[in-house]
Design a protein around this ligand. Structure first.
Ligand code: NAP
Length: 312
């Protein structure tokens, strides 16, 4: 069985092959630009930004694995074979990294880390308190999927009164779960720190906007580790400048990289990170891919299967 890899360029192929030799020794791993590759041999493809028309040339392709969490870079191919399932990158290390990052972000917003760092940079001695502790701070997690659910559990375990919101109702001990558009306003009204881990779909693009931000209590804060397109940045900045929001921690932007002259880089109430919340190593990705292929070949549903009808 041949797995073709397009991720990290030709220079990364030897590393991929070494990792797959460990996790799936029977897979033959070939480079995307290998001149000796017979397209008919390819059964699985691990890809990042495949050129349009290339995947359809593998007539025996059975499974596509996205080398990143998103699949838009695959779906934009107008010749994409519609019958071939797509798996989004994931795995235990991604889940753990995201839970760590969400804890970091929520505690940073709680304790005003931006002000601590700024004071240090300015050599400014300031004694300041914060309005509440973790046990008094309600955290609302938007998106209770592969990453959101463990993140919500991690926050709950840190002592934050935690609630969650998803498309279909989830059940999570100690976490009150809200579902769908009808319960969104109530969810927001009970959230002091909003954590976004939704996928990007028609329904979620621009979901953090002037109207929804206004539903958060005064002094609330926002952590976005989902997708940049979820947040209307001008509305977020306006809510910070008016004092309605106390702070924001943003890891994702639209477009990326965030342009150097964008005012949010220097906003006194915003912490910017550079889409680093949960970056799996090649070894982690090879392990996840090997497991997904093995499950698929056993006739099981692989993890993180993209649902074209739902759009995520
Ligand atoms: N910053 C980073 O480094 C980084 C790294 C990896 C991933 N990400 C991003 O993290 C996000 C979450 O990824 P994931 O793997 O956890 O996604 P996922 O497993 O697909 O989970 C998505 C969750 O969002 C909910 N949802 C989807 N559409 C909704 C809607 N219209 N209204 C309410 N809830 C909705 C789903 O509800 P149901 O439970 O009802 O299906 C599910 O709970 C994605 O945007 C991904 O791109 C970021």
């Amino acid at each position: 069985m041949t797995l073709v890899v397009k991720s990290g360029g030709p220079g990364a192929l030897a590393e991929w092959q070494a990792h797959f030799a460990e996790f799936a020794p029977r897979l033959e791993v070939r480079g995307w630009d290998d001149p000796d590759l017979d397209p008919e041999d390819v059964r699985h493809a691990l890809v990042w930004e495949p050129e349009p028309g290339r995947l359809v040339s593998f007539s025996n392709l059975r499974l596509i694995i996205s080398s990143g969490a998103g699949v838009d870079h695959i779906l934009r191919d107008p010749y994409l074979p519609p019958h071939v399932p797509i798996v989004r990158m994931g795995g235990v290390s991604t889940i753990a990294h995201m839970a760590d990052f969400v804890r970091l972000g929520v505690f940073s917003l709680l304790r005003d880390m931006k002000r601590i760092i700024t004071n240090q940079q300015d050599r400014h001695w300031e004694e300041f308190g914060v309005p509440r502790s973790s046990v008094e701070t309600r955290v609302g997690v938007m998106g209770l999927g592969t990453l959101g659910l463990p993140a919500a559990m991690a926050l709950r375990d840190c002592g934050f009164p935690t609630i969650g919101w998803s498309r279909r109702r989830r059940t999570l001990p100690g976490v009150r779960c809200y579902e769908g558009p009808d319960e969104f306003a109530e969810f927001l009204s009970r959230t002091d720190i909003l954590v976004n881990l939704l996928p990007e779909t028609e329904a979620t693009r621009g979901i953090i906007n002037a109207e929804t931000l206004a539903l958060l209590p005064v002094g609330a804060a926002v952590l976005n580790a989902g997708r940049g397109s979820h947040v209307v940045l001008d509305a977020l900045v306006a809510a910070l400048d008016s004092g309605h929001l106390s702070g924001a921690f943003l890891d994702v932007f639209s477009p990326e990289p965030l342009p150097k002259d964008h005012p949010v880089w220097a906003h006194p109430r915003v912490i910017v990170s550079t889409h680093i919340a949960a970056i799996p190593s090649r070894r982690d990705r090879a392990r996840f891919t090997a497991d997904a292929i093995a499950a698929f070949e056993r006739g099981e549903t692989p993890p993180n299967l993209f649902d074209p009808a739902a759009g995520y």
